[in-house]
Design a protein around this ligand. Structure first.
Ligand code: BG6
Length: 577
């Protein structure tokens, strides 16, 4: 995720901002930038691609001695990593500058409206905000921001500064984090706590749509209704390294908890419930191309491969197009049969996995239409494909993929709907219903993180910790989920685990099941519920400890198995399809 630091006070703003951005480096970025007001009416903006060192070196050559400024590290979402797309972005006069994290969902329509009046220089959604604020600016920056925000749909953490105004900067947020740090005759703004812990531990957390006018010696805070409010000051006791992980023990846990937000980001700007329509940019596939496709091949490694199997089920169910999933490392070393009617989709969180990169190059050379489902914009794979769908889940620092998995599933599902929509196989009512379901997913995931649910999961984990082998079972959509569960267990706990289609258990693995092999069965309400239920009985008969992931309220299972982890029911019947 991008990083934001803002400063107003008595020290050199560039030093404070650069130091803060360095503290956010661990989150990943592809470019950076800084704006400093060095005298009333004058500001300087420097932007660089690549490491912060590039920005730092450039700043060394400049005498930028202002005490008010904003800075940003960008993780590209709209437009490739480049100087032009890096933040801060300015309006046409160059006097207003903004930094932004998040995604503006209606930026295309706003851009269409504003581009007759203002010249756009970047490909970003952010630049729209700069022009929109200036469109409303009549000397009062707070009023201009307030009016502009009324037009904006989407997520944002936004910091705004105007060269004619050396008294304050403006900070506001909606579904993206932004905090204010309080100092003595100086104040700070940041997207995350580590950025300012060297200077203060007194923090104000902004609520969604609050607007803060940050002076060096006071903060004026307005809520979304425009009423002046005061907020509690929180004292941060974490160390810097704990703060980087947001208070979690490690990045993987933090990223697991981020899923409600990362899935929301994957959907942002792509679904219109009102119209019953899916929008996907940058596919570069025309309707003739889509009509021509008679086969889909998904290439990936690890967790991305398992997401690909779920994708196969979505695509075949919705599109009725035969879909294969292949390990990139297998595909690249054989002679795959591919032609120009095959759509080849590379799935990769990093966009850099060597086998997937080589496999997509091979698919290109065989004449296939190629598409990436990726997290990192500008990554090696994205440069090989015709089009890309970015999952927008933010940097994944934990080595074992977690939030990228659920964001990839979200995008695969969106793609299947989009493809069917363009081919007129489904109507807007159908799509509207699916969008409504999808929008509920983040809320349902949050329930899994409730204290009671986590207590239950911890208790089950403690019971499992001393076993040496585990079997995960599932059918249909829950078969690849079982594979992914087993992969996570072996990689993270070093317990040997296998994922199996529950129906295949009787053809061999059942011989290994006894009291020393716990079985984790995914038996949620679905078309294969009864089948999995009988598989659970079979393993119980062999004395295995049984743990089941079940739909909340399933009393039959509750009496049958040893432990249950409940998930919520999304729709009345079955799953998303
Ligand atoms: C592995 C990771 O090394 O790479 C997995 O442990 C990941 O979690 C796999 O899924 C593939 O990575 P990517 O970036 O191509 O999705």
């Amino acid at each position: 995720m991008c990083g934001i630091v803002g400063y107003i006070g008595y020290q050199l703003a560039k030093d404070i901002i650069l130091d803060g951005l360095k503290k956010l480096e661990y989150r990943g970025y592809d470019s950076s930038g800084i704006s400093i007001i060095f005298e009333k009416g004058k500001l300087e903006t420097i932007r660089k691609v690549g490491k912060l060192k590039n920005l730092e070196n450039e700043l060394k050559n400049l005498n930028l001695n202002g005490n008010i400024g904003i800075g940003h590290t960008r993780w590209a979402t709209h437009g490739k990593p480049s100087e032009i797309n890096a933040h801060p972005h300015t309006d046409e006069s160059g006097k207003l500058v903004i930094v932004h994290n998040g995604i503006i969902e209606n930026y295309m329509s706003l851009k269409n409206e504003l581009k007759s009046k203002y010249e756009f220089k970047s490909d970003t959604d952010t630049e729209v905000i700069a022009h929109l604020i200036m469109d409303n600016y009549k000397g009062d920056l707070y009023q201009a921001v307030k009016l502009a925000l009324r037009r904006i749909e989407g997520t944002y953490a936004l910091v705004v500064m105007h060269a004619d105004n050396t008294d304050y900067i403006i900070a506001t947020k909606n579904s993206s984090p932004l905090i204010i740090g309080l100092g003595e005759n100086e104040n700070f703004v940041a997207s995350d706590i580590p950025a300012i812990l060297n200077h203060t531990r007194d923090i104000i957390y902004l609520d969604d749509q609050d607007i803060a006018i940050v002076y060096k010696d006071k903060i004026d805070l307005f809520n979304k209704e425009g009423n002046k409010v005061s907020k509690n000051i929180s004292k941060i006791s974490w160390s810097i390294s704990a703060a980087e992980k947001g208070g979690f023990e490690h990045f993987m846990l933090k990223e697991i908890y981020e899923q409600p937000f990362s899935i929301t980001q994957s959907l942002a700007g792509r679904v219109s419930e009102v119209e019953g329509k899916i929008y996907i940019e940058d596919l570069n596939l025309k309707i003739e191309d889509l009509n021509n496709i008679n086969r889909i091949v998904i290439l990936a490694c690890g967790t991305s491969y398992y997401a690909g199997i779920v994708g196969k089920y979505y695509l075949e169910n919705i599109l009725k197009i035969p879909t294969d999933v292949d390990y990139s490392s297998e595909f690249r070393y054989r002679n795959p049969v591919i032609d120009n009617k095959t759509l080849v989709i590379a799935i990769s969180q990093s966009g850099e996995t060597a086998d997937t990169l080589a496999a997509i190059k091979l698919a290109n050379s065989l004449g296939a239409k190629t598409l990436g489902i990726l997290n990192v914009i500008g990554s090696a794979i994205s440069r090989e494909t015709i089009g890309n769908i970015y999952i927008h889940c933010g940097p994944e620092i934990g080595v074992a993929s977690t939030k990228a998995f659920t964001s990839t599933l979200t995008c695969l599902y969106l793609f299947a709907l989009y493809f069917a929509q363009e081919k007129k196989m489904i109507n807007s009512d159908y799509i509207r219903e699916k969008i409504s379901n999808l929008k509920h997913v983040p809320k349902l995931i949050e329930k899994i993180f409730s204290p009671n649910s986590i207590k239950n999961i911890k208790n089950i984990s403690n019971k499992l910790a001393n076993f040496k082998d585990c079997l995960y079972l599932g059918r249909n959509y829950n078969y690849p989920i079982a594979l992914e569960g087993a992969l996570k267990l072996k990689e993270i706990s070093y317990i040997h685990a296998e994922g199996y289609p529950a129906g295949e258990m009787k053809h061999g693995p059942i011989a290994l099941i006894d009291k020393n092999t716990p079985v984790i069965a995914i038996c949620t309400e679905s078309s294969t519920y009864d089948k999995v239920f009988s598989n659970i009985k079979e393993v119980k008969a062999r004395d295995a400890l049984t743990i089941t992931i079940a739909t909340e309220g399933d009393l039959n299972l509750a009496t049958e198995v040893d432990y249950i982890i409940n998930v919520q029911k999304l729709v009345k019947r079955f799953h998303l399809l």
